[in-house]
Each structure stands twice: as C-alpha cells, then as structure tokens.
Design a protein around this ligand. Structure first.
Ligand code: NAD
Length: 462
C-alpha cells in the first residue's frame, strides 16, 4: 500500500523529526503492508504551531465558506470511496462490502451533514438585551482509535472545521493509512494550510504530547476508558476542554412482547459486524426466562451462519485478548453455544462468532468490554430485573429495546442509563447525538450537539 513518509503539517507533507517507523499490518494475513513515521513531541509541536497560526483566519471565515469547504471535502471522499474502502480493508481487515457501505459510506454522510450544519447553525442569537455568539474553542487535539478509522476522524474533524476550529489529528497506530488518505482529501478539497494537520505516532508518545500540549485548547479523544481517564486528568489539571468517547457494554433488551427471531437476528448481526470491534455493540442480550431457550437456539444458529463472513480482529494483541475473554467465560461457568477460543484459521487474527448462554450479570464477560465477536445471553425474570441488569455495568454508551410496540420499548429505554437506544431496530441517524452516560464518556458527537462541543459562547450586553 502507498504510504507517506512524513507528516501533513501546514498544508504539506513534511519529513518527520525522528527516524522511528510504525509497521502497518494486514490482519487478514499478518503481512506488513506499509510503514509510517512514528511522530515525536517535536512533530506534535510543529503541527500545533501550524494549527495556531491558521486559527485566526479560519475562525473568521464566514460559516457559509467553511460549509463550502466541508462540502468539497465530502465530494473528495465520495470520489475516493473505493480507495477508502480498500485501505480500511487492508489495515483493519474488515470485509470489503462492509468497508464500502460503513467505513466509507458513514463518514461521507457525516461530512455531508456538517456541510449543511455549518451553513445553517445559529452562531449568533439574541437573549433579552444580549447577543450571544458561538465562537470556536480554538486548536483541537483529536486522538482517534482504529475500529472505525475514517468515521472516528470525520466525526471530530468535520464539526471542528464547521465551528471554525483548527485541528491536529493523532490517529491510531494500527490504521494510519486511512488517516493519510484523509489528509490527502483535505488537501484536494482546498482546505487552507494549517487548518488540519496530521501526526502519526504511538499513543504514549505523540498522543500524550498532543494531549499535554499547552497550545491545544480542546482534546477530543475516542478510545479506551483507561486512556480516557488519563487524558481527562491531564486536561482537568490544565483547565482545558475535553471530550471523551470511551468504552461500552451495551444491552440488547428483548421484552416478551417482541418479535423474538428478529430481535435475536439483528442483535447477533449488530455485534458480528466489524468483528465485534464496535464500542456501541450490544454485547449483552437480555431475554425473559420464558423465551430463553428459544433465543439461545436462534442466536447460536445466527452466529453459525455468520461463519466465514466475519473479518479478523485488528492485531495480535486484540486476538489474544478476545480469546482470553472467551476462555475466561468458559472458566467462570458460561455455556458456549457457538464459536469458542480456538483460532478458526492458521493465518490472520480471526475469531469465530461466539455466543455464550447461561451468563450471569456479574461474570467478567458480562461486565468488561471484550471488543470481539462475542455475545452473552443473560436471563431475566421481570422488567425490573432486566433494568437492573441492563444498568448494572460501569458503562452507558448504547443499547436496544425490542417490544410489541414502540411505546412499551420507549418506556423501558427511558429508564436505561445510556446515551443512545435503538427502538425495535431503529436505523442509524448521523444527526442524532452519540456519546456515553457514566464511564462511557463525556460529551457528544454527531449532529448539532457534536458541533456545539467545538464552540464556546460570548455574551455581549446592550
Ligand atoms: P486506545 O485507548 O488504546 O487508543 C485510542 C487512541 O489513543 C489511539 O490513537 C492511541 O494511540 C491513543 N493513545 C493511547 N495511549 C495514549 C496516551 N497515553 N495518551 C494519548 N493518547 C493515547 O483504544 P483502542 O484500542 O485504539 O480502541 C478501542 C477502544 O476505543 C475501546 O475501548 C472502544 O470501546 C473505544 N471506542 C469508543 C468509541 C466511542 O465513541 N465511545 C468509539 C470507538 C472506540
């Protein structure tokens, strides 16, 4: 795969300060496909300087012009859609059709939504004898994970640019090629030099340098809760704005009146897509005791059907981690009804679609984020029991409720401690705020709520 050997800073590809490289591996066959530079604190410093220099002019650019640039960016992403999908498949391992529809398709939708929002958002409002201006926060340090490599970038960069902020991005070390492609798209779209900057590198080196940099006004981080806590503490000490999109352990609650086969089938597909590497995946399926055995049989069948269509996990570490969780589930007494810890292929970081029955709410596999193709089916006795189980983790990112009618599902969903709930299989909405309750995070992404994260208000009284 084609890779740049430098950083995109101030509108050009500049040589990295250090000589260390990061190897990019295709997780489907474990072969090294490219190398990118491992950025240092000096690279981050150069990128932040470029972003600061570009800030006054970009912040003063009329919203309609910023909207036009974001629309141009969306158009480049559309034109390069196949290349995006191929790049994500090469470095993440996702099957190509999934890369085309989701990994390339969703960021195009989100970029388009911010082109529209930048043009229509009320950056100024009258409140009594005041005029309140929504102004850009400043320079944004964006740190993203590998699981949806382009989506995670666009969900931060598009609203930041719409708000009038400038950005330094440190993408995940496993998926830097998609980030480089995005930087090319920024360039092609004619976004002014310094408004977006890219530093590839390791989290504890380049990521930490960015999070700690005095020239960064807001850190927007998506990733693990462990790293998020550290970044939150660093930002807090510097009285710096921070947005954290962290882990999840979401519940798929199937009420007795629901269409069981549909709820189970969609629930299994929700986890198996992207090989379970989705922060909002419904990894706990909650089923009433009267329907439990039927749900288990349906889930096992659905997972077995998935079989070979599932991609690998992103890297050897995740492969070992997920298989370790499956072994732990067995050791703690859960019953395997599909898949298991054995690697289904000799090469590549594959794990079979796995379903556990007889999972109790306190088991490790029901509490910790596995980030692999593993579903735990948990039995409940009544609605209060289901609610207690659904809310019984440190996380609160997403979830689903299925019932005979939407009103019944909504009544249950309103009692869930979680940021986003799909009702009877509700579709993804790129304008709906996305983000966590509890330890799943702070702040929201997408739509106007996502834009507001990058704004601060100034009130003038008359
Ligand atoms: P991670 O926390 O290891 O890494 C995320 C990013 O942070 C990477 O770019 C990494 O290089 C960087 N990083 C690592 N250590 C750092 C440090 N000390 N300082 C600054 N940056 C550092 O997470 P991951 O393994 O890449 O991603 C998986 C996790 O992300 C899962 O827990 C998942 O739930 C979470 N996630 C959350 C959301 C959400 O929207 N809530 C979305 C996707 C993924």
């Amino acid at each position: 795969m084609k890779a740049h050997d430098g950083m995109y800073i101030g509108g050009e590809w500049r040589a990295a300060v250090g000589t260390d490289l990061i190897a990019v591996v295709d997780p489907a066959d474990e072969q090294v496909i490219a190398h990118v530079p491992a950025g240092t604190a000096e690279d981050v410093d150069a990128a932040v300087s470029a972003a600061r220099e570009a800030l006054p002019e970009w912040a003063a650019t009329p919203p309609a012009e910023r909207a036009a640039k974001i629309a141009a960016l969306r158009d480049v992403l559309v034109a390069r859609k196949d290349e995006i999908a191929e790049t994500v498949t090469a470095e993440l391992g996702a099957p190509l059709p999934f890369s085309q529809s989701v990994h390339a398709g969703v960021p195009i939708l989100v970029a388009g939504s911010y082109a529209e929002l930048a043009a229509s958002y009320a950056f100024e409002e009258k409140v009594g004898n005041s005029t309140v201006y929504a102004e850009p926060v400043g320079v944004v340090g964006a740190i993203t994970p590998w699981n949806y490599p382009l989506h995670q970038i666009v969900a931060k960069v598009a609203p930041a640019l719409a708000a009038g902020c400038t950005v330094v991005l440190k993408p995940a070390e496993d998926t830097p090629l998609t980030a480089q492609l995005f930087a090319e798209a920024i360039h092609e779209a004619g976004i002014p030099a310094g408004v977006f900057n890219l530093v590839t590198g390791l989290g504890p080196v380049a990521g930490q340098a960015l999070a700690e940099h005095g020239g960064v006004d807001l850190v927007s981080f998506t990733g693990s809760t462990a790293v998020g806590k550290q970044i939150g503490a660093t930002a807090g000490a510097a009285v710096k704005r921070v947005a954290l999109e962290l882990g999840g352990k979401s519940a798929n609650v199937i009420l007795p009146s629901a269409d069981l086969a549909k709820a189970v089938g969609v629930g299994i597909a929700n986890v198996m897509g992207n090989s379970g590497q989705t922060c909002s995946a419904w990894t706990r399926m909650l089923v009433h005791t009267s329907q439990y055995d039927e749900a288990v049989a349906l889930a096992a069948e659905a997972a077995a059907k998935y079989g070979d269509r599932i991609g690998p996990l992103v890297n050897a570490k995740q492969h070992a981690r997920v298989r370790g969780y499956i072994e732990k589930g067995v050791a703690e007494g859960a019953r395997l009804v599909a898949g298991g810890p054995d690697a289904p292929r000799e090469q590549g970081y594959f794990v079979s679609p796995t379903v556990f029955a007889d999972v109790t709410p306190e088991m490790t596999i029901a509490q910790e984020e596995i980030f692999g193709p593993v579903v735990s089916i948990i039995r409940y006795e009544d609605e209060d029991d289901a609610l207690r189980i659904a809310n019984g983790t440190v996380y609160g990112l997403a979830g689903a409720v299925w019932a005979g009618d939407d009103a019944e599902a909504v009544a249950f969903a309103r009692r869930m401690d979680t940021g986003q709930v799909d009702i009877n299989g509700g579709r993804f909405n790129p304008l709906a705020p996305f983000g966590g309750y509890k330890q799943s995070g702070v702040g929201r992404e997408l739509g106007s709520h996502g834009l507001a994260e990058y704004l601060q208000t100034k009130s003038l009284q008359f």
